[in-house]
Ligand binder design. Structure first.
Ligand SMILES: NC(=O)c1ccc[n+]([C@@H]2O[C@H](COP(=O)([O-])OP(=O)(O)OC[C@H]3O[C@@H](n4cnc5c(N)ncnc54)[C@H](OP(=O)(O)O)[C@@H]3O)[C@@H](O)[C@H]2O)c1
Length: 339
C-alpha cells in the first residue's frame, strides 16, 4: 500500500530566528512496507523548543537534523497498514516520527497509546514527554517540601503548567512567570497558582520581590536569560535550581553575557542541576502512571494550542518563540478514524 505523502525538510541550518523559508514541504510517495514495518498516518504532531537545537547542525545530547532527511518529532498516529504482528490497522500509536502525513516506521520504535487516554493528543503533552519533564525535574531534582516557595518560568507552557500544579499538589506556594494577561489569568484562576507575574508588563524585579516575600526555595527554569537573572537574586539558603530549558537563548546568534550566578549559589549553599528527561527513561512508566492518576482525580488540568494542517507546522513551531501557545503546542494533521 503506497500513499501520496508530504514531508518537511530543512532548507538550511538557520542562524538566529528561523523563518518559514527555513522549511520546505516535499511531495513524495510512501515506500512499500518491509517485514516488521508499520505505515502510520499522523494524527497529531508535536512541535517543541528543543527542536531548535537540532536545527543547528551540531550534535548535543541528541543528533542534529540533517538536510537530506525529513524533520522528526513526537507523533501520535493511526496504523494504516502493518507488517508487524504486534500492530493492527486502526490502532493509535506514538513515536518519534517524521513531520509528514505518513511515516513508515519499524514496529520496534512505536508504542501503543492506551485506549483510556483521551484525548489521544495528551500522549504528546501532559501524559507524555513534557509532563514527565515536569514530574521528574520538580520531584527528583527539586525535592519540594510543604510550604516552600516554587517559582517556575515559562509557566503557561507544556512543562510549566504541569510543574506549577504538581508543586501545588505537594503543598508549595507557587509563583509563575509568563507573558501576557490571558496566561496570567489562566494560571491563577484555572490552575490555582498563588501568584503569576506577566514578565512583559511592569518591573519584573519589583513584581518578584512582592510575590516572593520569603524568597525562593525552588526555581524551575524553563527560559534562562534576564528572567532567570532576576529570580536568582532571591534564592534562599539551600535553594534548588532546576535547569530544564533556556528558550530565551535558543535563537541568539551570539551568547549574551549575563550576571554570573556562581557566587549567589555559593553564599546560599544552593544547588543548580541540569537534566534531560530521557535520563529518566527507565522510570517513565512511574511518571505517566502518577500523572494519569492525578488527571483522573481532577488534580491536574491541561490545555492544548492546536494548529490545523501539516502545511502550518512551521508557523506552529515558530509560534513557540513568540509565546503563541498556552499549554502544549500541537499540529493536527488528520482525524482519528473509525473510533
Ligand atoms: N530538559 C528537558 O528534558 C526538557 C524537556 C522538555 C522541554 N524542555 C525545555 O523546557 C522549556 C519549556 O518547554 P515546553 O515544551 O513546555 O515549551 P512551552 O513552554 O510550551 O512553549 C514555549 C514558551 O516559552 C516562552 N518563551 C518563548 N520565548 C521566550 C523568551 N525569549 N523569553 C521568555 N519566554 C519565552 C513562551 O511563553 P510566554 O508567552 O510566557 O513567553 C512560549 O509559549 C523549553 O526551554 C524547553 O526547551 C526541556
Amino acid at each position: 500500500m503506497t500513499k501520496i505523502n508530504r514531508q518537511y525538510f530543512l532548507t538550511e541550518f538557520p542562524k538566529g530566528m528561523p523563518t518559514e523559508e527555513t522549511f520546505r514541504l516535499v511531495e513524495t510517495t510512501t515506500p512499500e512496507l518491509e517485514e516488521g514495518q508499520v505505515l502510520v498516518r499522523t494524527v497529531y504532531l508535536s512541535v517543541d523548543p528543543y527542536m531548535r537545537g537540532r536545527m543547528s547542525g551540531v550534535k548535543t545530547y541528541i543528533d542534529p537534523f540533517t538536510l537530506d532527511r525529513p524533520l522528526t518529532g513526537g507523533v501520535v498516529g493511526q496504523v494504516e497498514a502493518s507488517k508487524d504482528a504486534n500492530f493492527e490497522v486502526g490502532e493509535i500509536v506514538a513515536g518519534l516520527l517524521d513531520w509528514a502525513d505518513y511515516t513508515v516506521a519499524s514496529g520496534k520504535h512505536l508504542k501503543k497509546v492506551p485506549a483510556f487516554l483521551k484525548p489521544v493528543s495528551a500522549a504528546l503533552g501532559v501524559a507524555g514527554m513534557p509532563g514527565c519533564t515536569a514530574y521528574f525535574g520538580l520531584l527528583d531534582i527539586g525535592q519540594p517540601k510543604e510550604g516552600e516557595t516554587v517559582v517556575v518560568s515559562g509557566a503557561a507552557g507544556a512543562v510549566g503548567t504541569v510543574v506549577g500544579q504538581i508543586a501545588k499538589i505537594k503543598g508549595c506556594r507557587v509563583v509563575g512567570i509568563a507573558g501576557g494577561p490571558d496566561k496570567v489569568a489562566y494560571l491563577r484562576d484555572e490552575l490555582g497558582f498563588d501568584e503569576v507575574i506577566d514578565y512583559k508588563a511592569g518591573d519584573l524585579r519589583e513584581a518578584l520581590q512582592a510575590a516572593c516575600p520569603n524568597g525562593v526555595d525552588i526555581y524551575f527554569d524553563n527560559v534562562g536569560g534576564t528572567i532567570s537573572d532576576e529570580v536568582m537574586r532571591l534564592i534562599n539558603f539551600h535553594a534548588r535550581i532546576i535547569l530544564c530549558g533556556q528558550i530565551a537563548d535558543y535563537n541568539l546568534e551570539k551568547p549574551e553575557q549575563g550576571p554570573r550566578h556562581f557566587g549567589q549559589l555559593l553564599v546560599k549553599s544552593a544547588m543548580a542541576k541540569g537534566f534531560i528527561v530521557s535520563n529518566y527513561n527507565d522510570r517513565m512508566l512511574e511518571g505517566i502512571t502518577q500523572i494519569g492518576q492525578w488527571l483522573g482525580e481532577g488534580k491536574l488540568k491541561f490545555r492544548e494550542t492546536i494548529t490545523e494542517g501539516l502545511e502550518n507546522t512551521p508557523q506552529a513551531f515558530l509560534g513557540l518563540f513568540r509565546g503563541e501557545n498556552t499549554g502544549k503546542m500541537l499540529v493536527k494533521v488528520s482525524d482519528v478514524q473509525g473510533q
